[in-house]
Design a protein around this ligand. Structure first.
Ligand code: ZN
Ligand code: ZN
Ligand code: FE
Length: 723
């Protein structure tokens, strides 16, 4: 019997058989299932003649968790080749696979409460649904050609076909001949084109009115991925998991033909995923090409589109075809993004396949609503000891994203039956997330420092509750002193923190604009070290900036006009990337740091001098980089030395704190730790010196994880009556 709390099983038999049965439950569990615990009680003997599943019923007010969406399973893919009522049927699913979160309107999870409600089951599907021995027993979205949803193909607003065969043939042909199509999927619409055709990829970029952000690519199978990228066994596991995330892989730079260079904006990383819908599988049966760009269907910075009408209205005229279906997407999800670092999967963007699975904590989080940060926002709500992180919302800057944010908060509260009693926000007074909290009037609000939240998020993920050394390497976060923090060495627990040291402050000429234009930070660093002499440096970087622009920045710094102070590690990476002429103006977030990372090579062991005192002095790094550049040293050597230096700074500082404070646990968090070279180097060095090191895995190390930390801090403070 299923209840809202658990599955209850009565078994009769001899002890050995029962032990085998208990093992089998764990070992043969369906891939997407989570067995939290098996509790065994002996009851009076009862003999059973047959296997029966009793009707589900609720045993308390508690709610059942909602499953994330699951990639189509191999059996279902077989069914679309064999089963009469499911031949080429793109909405095939079973208890082991198919849509979940994206179609759920309310709980309990019954068809009537999903967007499948509009499709009454036919008698064949009902038979499977009711048969305890069937793979589709109680599969809520069960459907077939006769009763379920359907795809439709439109060209310039005119419906061309409803027949799956014809649609797939048309889509494949359009892609092969350089077309761009909009295809409705599971959590939203995708734009698709051939990944090997550079000119169509350029057209796609223009069409999305978008920055140079890398596009994700869907490959036919693992074998074809291996021709173009290096795939470790751990990466292969993530690619093939039922969550089917986008996995960031290092490209191979030989072999032909290559995936078009502009897909990944010239980076050495490529975001790769495998087919996860029956539609994708059917498409690759017809396609010659082994990879297609599959990127979110939206204009830059807007949330992924989910509405048919809007998709037609906004995209139809610019595209070669639009493929829609008539099942509503209730909960929007993007493709999730992961990267394997230190042999573990690290979630960078947590959405389809991961949400809304809770993060289990040891804290009473009940009734806490944490609003998150500003960019790459996720919010978080607490129920019992569980923390429900929202799907990736995006940057809270455009109207559409803010609407999506507010709507999703309302939905999560309703779906998980949470009545908020305590609100948590970032200390930044101007964050839209902070302002949104004002919509909930009358509730207490806890402001939390951004980097304390980062560290607390990682602590909550690993069930840490004692004092730790927290290292937050980040872009920006509002500090206690009103400056912009981002390279913070904290001694903290879940209640409070002490800031031990940080990178020295540097002026950030132009404020937020400086994050988009790394050259400004480059100038700021040089000016700090060389003063007005910087104009005499024999550097291409300096020569490439117009004298007038240079003068403006220097005057801004001198007069402290629009030059907030920052200790952001991300900005230092920006500055060095600019000095190396890797990225003067960023066409997407963290472009400079990513380009810098891609050059770092483990074979170079040298580093630059630095000095740790009250703050961490950066002069040695800047001087070192300039000297190397003047000598004509290779960018790869400079990038490696720079990375090695940051790793050494972290290590030396943390060692110092260990000696003074007697703490041995180090928690690493912040967006800069998405850097594989930096994270792995830091972990290795710390572990070699007997530190206990904790890093993010299922919760993003970037600002997508901040709300979990906010929630943990508020919960802890509440338990100590500090709020
Ligand atoms: Zn299936
Ligand atoms: Zn049916
Ligand atoms: Fe951050």
């Amino acid at each position: 019997m299923n209840t809202n709390e658990n599955v209850r099983i009565h078994v009769t038999g001899n002890p050995a058989d029962i032990r085998l049965f208990l093992n089998a439950i764990q070992e043969e569990a369906p891939p997407a299932s989570v067995i939290e615990d098996v509790i065994m009680n002996e009851t009076g003997h009862e003999a059973y003649k047959e296997f029966t599943i009793l009707h589900s019923h609720d045993v308390s007010d508690d709610i059942t968790e909602i499953s994330p969406d699951i990639a189509v399973c191999p059996e279902c893919l077989e069914d679309i080749c064999l089963q009469g009522n499911r031949l080429n049927y793109a909405f095939v699913n079973c208890t082991n696979c198919g849509p979940r979160f994206t179609i759920i309107r309310d709980l309990p999870y019954d068809r009537a409460k999903t967007t499948m409600q509009e499709f009454p089951m036919c008698s064949d599907c009902r038979k499977e649904y009711e048969n305890t021995g069937d793979r589709r027993f109680h599969a809520q979205p069960v459907a077939c050609e006769r009763c379920g949803p359907h795809y439709e193909l439109f060209v310039r607003g005119i419906k061309i076909s409803e027949a799956m065969n014809a649609i797939i043939r048309h889509v494949a042909q359009r892609i092969e001949t350089g077309g761009i199509l909009l295809i409705k999927g599971l959590g939203g619409m995708h734009l698709a084109c051939d990944a090997f055709n550079e000119s169509v990829v350029t057209r796609m970029r223009d069409l999305k009115k978008r920055d140079g952000k890398p596009f994700a690519v869907m490959f036919r199978d693992v074998e074809s991925i291996k021709r173009y990228a290096i795939v470790s066994s751990q990466e292969e596991k993530s690619l093939l998991s039922w969550r089917r995330p986008i996995v960031l892989l290092v490209k191979k730079n030989h072999g032909k033909p290559l995936v078009a260079n502009n897909v990944s904006s010239g980076l050495n990383l490529l975001g790769v995923m495998l087919p996860y819908l029956p539609f994708h599988a059917l498409l690759f049966q017809k396609l010659q090409t082994s990879a297609i760009v599959l990127t979110s269907g939206n204009f830059s910075n807007e949330p992924i589109l989910i509405d048919n009408g809007e998709a037609m209205f906004r995209f139809s005229d610019f595209l070669d075809a639009v493929v829609l279906h008539n099942r509503e997407i209730h909960n929007r999800t993007d493709d999730s993004v992961v990267r394997i670092m230190d042999e573990k999967e690290r979630v960078f963007r947590r959405s389809r396949g991961y949400v809304p699975a809770p993060v289990r904590t040891l804290l009473n989080t009940d009734g806490i609503l944490a609003f998150g940060a500003e960019l790459t926002n996720c919010f978080c709500i607490g129920k019992g000891r569980k923390a429900f992180l929202s799907q990736h919302i995006g940057d809270l800057q455009g109207l559409e994203t803010v609407q999506f944010y507010e709507q999703t908060i309302t939905r999560f509260l309703q779906l998980f039956r949470v009545k908020p009693s305590l609100l948590v926000v970032d200390m930044h007074p101007e964050y839209l997330s902070t302002k949104t909290a004002r919509n909930f009037s009358g509730l207490p609000v806890v402001p939390v420092q951004h980097h304390h939240a980062h560290i607390a998020a990682c602590m909550a993920e690993h069930h840490l509750d004692d004092k730790v050394i927290g290292v937050a390497m980040d872009g920006t976060g509002y500090g206690d002193d009103g400056h912009i923090w981002g390279s913070e060495f904290l001694v903290c627990d879940l209640t409070d923190y002490r800031r031990i040291t940080h990178f020295e402050y540097l002026p950030l000429p132009g404020g937020d604009l400086a994050a988009e234009e790394p050259w400004r930070m480059g100038v700021s660093c040089l000016y700090k070290v060389f003063g007005k002499e910087l104009v005499n440096l024999k550097l291409p970087f300096v020569n490439n900036i117009e004298v007038e622009k240079l003068g403006v920045i220097i005057r801004m710094i001198d007069r402290k006009v629009n030059c907030p102070l920052t200790s952001g590690a991300g900005r230092l990476f920006d500055a060095v990337a600019a000095l190396l002429d890797l990225c003067m103006v960023a066409s997407f977030q963290a472009e400079g740091p990513m380009r810098l990372e891609s050059l770092a090579d483990k074979n170079y062991l040298e580093s630059y001098p630095f000095e740790v005192s009250q703050t961490i002095r950066l002069d040695g790094i800047i001087r070192g980089v300039v000297e190397d550049l003047t000598k004509g040293a290779d960018n790869a050597i400079i990038a490696s030395k720079f990375h090695n230096t940051i790793i050494s700074i972290i290590f030396e500082t943390v060692k110092d704190i260990r000696e003074k404070e007697g703490l041995n646990t180090v928690v690493l968090s912040g967006g800069v730790f998405q850097n594989k070279y930096l994270l792995e180097g830091t972990i290795t060095l710390l572990k070699a010196n007997k530190f206990d090191v904790y890093t993010h895995e299922t919760v993003p190390t970037n600002d997508g994880g901040v709300s979990l930390g906010q929630l943990a801090i508020a919960s802890k403070r509440r338990s100590l009556s500090c709020v």
